[in-house]
Design a protein around this ligand. Structure first.
Ligand code: SAM
Length: 234
């Protein structure tokens, strides 16, 4: 899969993409991520990318021209890609959305800054708007990294143990149960006996029960959704 990222701050992406699973996915050729400096698509001597909003209101708004030019140049060079504007007003990222984006083959992520992006980008360029949650960040770079990570996990071959991922939180509409590793006892806190029993059916049942218990305590809305006809798995 190819992901192009358009941003005013390319330096933000240097570290997070170069470690662990994402780095290995890139080395294995399963994922390729290219970061593009929006300023390179801005015209004029000063390469201006933002202006005050029409109608006043303070702050600056990102101009449409460099964003249109950037997306068009990427599409011309690398083929049609689904352009996604990161926005707190977009569709909330869920496992279902991440899985569908992973099937796209080519994404172009547009990172906003300041007070946001000229509306014509959302209306006439982006194919979708995606939010990583109901809070406002200073820019679209961290949301873009979140999208890359969430999407990469669903690319075939990226996770060492896809079976383990199928038990992750939200996969079956509930949270995952607790996990333990060595030592058997740590500062007086033992690992639950069932996990040491070797009885795989009992372990599975315990994990599921604990997952349901946790979901009920922490995210009851998930259980409600799971039990609603047509709701359930994200
Ligand atoms: N004024 C905008 C509003 O109220 O909807 C918020 C602009 S925000 C300060 C600047 C940029 O950060 C946005 O254009 C978007 O690209 C990004 N951003 C902020 N929060 C986000 C979120 N929760 N999900 C995705 N992108 C976000």
């Amino acid at each position: 899969m190819r992901i192009d990222i358009l941003t005013l701050f390319p330096g933000i992406f240097a570290g997070p993409l170069d470690h662990s699973i994402l780095a290995r996915a890139k080395e294995a050729g399963l994922l390729s991520v290219a970061v593009h400096d929006l300023r390179e698509y801005a015209g004029g001597r000063h390469r201006v990318t933002d202006e005050p909003p029409y109608g006043g209101g303070g702050g600056m708004v990102m101009k449409p021209e460099p964003i249109f030019a950037g997306v068009e140049a990427i599409r011309e060079r690398f083929g049609p890609g689904k352009a996604i504007l990161l926005s707190p007003q977009g569709e909330i990222l869920t496992p279902r959305l991440a899985r569908s984006l992973a099937a796209e083959g080519h994404l172009i992520l547009i990172c906003g800054r300041y007070e946001g992006v000229d509306q014509r980008v959302a209306d006439h360029l982006a194919d979708a708007e995606v939010s990583i949650g109901d809070y406002v960040l200073t820019g679209g770079e961290l949301p873009a990294l979140v999208v890359v990570d969430a999407v990469a996990r669903f690319l075939p071959g990226v996770l060492g143990d896809p079976e383990a991922a199928r038990k992750d939180s939200f996969e079956e509409g509930i949270l995952e149960g607790p996990q333990y590793t060595r030592p058997r006892e740590f500062r007086g806190h033992p690992v639950p006996d069932v996990l040491l029993s070797g009885n795989h059916a009992a372990i599975e049942e315990w994990r599921r029960e604990e997952g349901v218990r946790r979901t009920l305590a922490r995210r009851p809305a998930l259980l409600k959704k799971k039990l609603t006809p047509g709701g359930g798995v994200e």
